[in-house]
Design a protein around this ligand. Structure first.
Ligand SMILES: Nc1ncnc2c1ncn2[C@@H]1O[C@H](COP(=O)(O)OP(=O)(O)O)[C@@H](O)[C@H]1O
Ligand SMILES: [Mg+2]
Length: 360
């Protein structure tokens, strides 16, 4: 496996697997630092292709194409966590890859992720492995109240999950997943959701952004707001949780920890995203070093930037047909459009961030 060597100097090339909006904003941040990007995507219409000097199109498990990709890159990272393990290993034999195969393997699978979080002594919703309809029924019996059945892999924006109110519903939901391994979680009657976006450098340096409060609509993030309602003590705890996770994964790059804030103020870990995160988009305008620049710095072996927040911010996603109102939206704040042509329902088309002078 290629280990981290000297920092990638200006003029070097950072490879990014995945060419959606996250890859696009990573490429823009890299360009500002004088670094080039090569984006690898499995279709030709990737939004990130519009802003990168180099790109490659190929299936995510095409080992020959991935070898070509590794050859033109000085370091490789990801905008999404679902690359098959053998493809990551293939890349890692040829080029420095961050985050590493171990961090990706743990966070790709909700069962291994939650087991890992629990072993660190952190709180999560109760969870049980479900690999059959019988197990789904049994697991429901161990819960107090409702549950959420989730596929272990490939879920996003609420896809691959179902709220269930009885053992029968749990079994039916499992069957609707068509054999995909799942977990059943206890439904958490949380007060609100928050997240910590943080970075860890190759030498172990750690930098966390202020945790935003997050609101979802139809399982899709609608809004992230900083400051959140978290008390200073809860904010410190949230950052400590992120540091414990980052250290235990020997993580390099930016990651996010999604949290449920319980009615009694306790913080439960919902999931870990091993990448830049939608709840960190406000950092582009409200911080000296955005999450995108921070990730590029970490992957390239540069010193981490300052995550301090100089403004209060509200970031709202622009979803599906809402993008048609771009002209009105452009008057209301810092507008980001991702260059996607088709405004399909539920598709993230852009976001707008509104700043106010920092209040405290
Ligand atoms: N155990 C749970 N209890 C209550 N709400 C949940 C639970 N799990 C997920 N949710 C809700 O569904 C959203 C999406 O779930 P999540 O596990 O984060 O999947 P993903 O973001 O990958 O789609 C969460 O942000 C939360 O609003
Ligand atoms: Mg989530």
């Amino acid at each position: 496996m290629k280990t981290h060597g000297k920092p990638v100097p200006p003029g070097g090339t950072i490879g990014i697997v995945g060419g959606g909006q996250l890859g696009r904003m990573l490429a823009l941040a890299a360009a500002r630092l004088g670094l080039k990007t090569c984006i690898y995507n499995d279709t030709t219409d990737a939004p990130a292709f519009q802003v990168t000097p180099h790109s490659l199109v190929g299936p995510y498990d095409d080992l020959n194409m991935l070898a070509t990709f590794a050859e033109v890159c000085d370091a490789v990272t990801f905008e999404f966590e679902n690359l098959p393990a053998h493809a990551i290993a293939h890349l890692a034999e040829r080029v420095w890859v961050a985050p590493g195969a171990h961090a990706l393997a743990i966070t790709q699978d909700r069962l291994s992720e939650k087991t890992f979080v629990e072993k660190l002594g952190l709180k999560t919703a109760p969870f049980f492995e479900v690999s059959s309809a019988v197990q789904a029924r049994e697991a429901f019996g161990k819960l107090q109240g409702c549950g959420v059945l989730k596929t272990r892999r490939f879920g996003y924006d609420g896809k691959g999950q179902a709220k269930v109110a009885s053992a029968e519903e749990a079994a039916k939901a499992y069957e609707s997943f068509k054999g995909a391994p799942a977990i059943l979680e206890g439904f958490v009657d949380f007060s609100y959701e928050a997240s910590v976006v943080a970075a860890r450098g190759a030498g172990g340096a750690f930098a966390a952004y202020d945790p935003p409060e997050n609101e979802h609509e139809n399982h899709i993030l609608r809004r992230s707001t900083v400051p959140s309602r978290l008390t200073p003590a809860q904010t410190d705890e949230a950052k400590r949780i992120a540091k414990a996770i980052g250290d235990a994964l020997d993580y390099v790059g930016v990651f996010a920890v999604e949290l449920f804030v319980g009615k009694g103020g306790e913080l439960l870990v919902n999931e870990i995203a091993p990448r830049v995160h939608n709840t960190g988009h406000w950092t582009i305008e409200a911080c000296q070093c955005s999450q995108f620049e921070q990730h590029i710095r970490a992957v390239a072996g540069w010193p981490l930037g300052d995550p301090a927040r100089h403004a209060d911010a509200v970031m709202e996603n622009i979803i599906g047909a809402e993008a048609h109102a771009w002209e009105a939206l452009a008057r209301t704040g810092a507008l980001h459009l991702y260059g996607k042509t088709e405004a399909r329902p539920g598709r993230k088309m852009g976001h707008v961030t509104r700043l106010k002078p920092r209040n405290h």
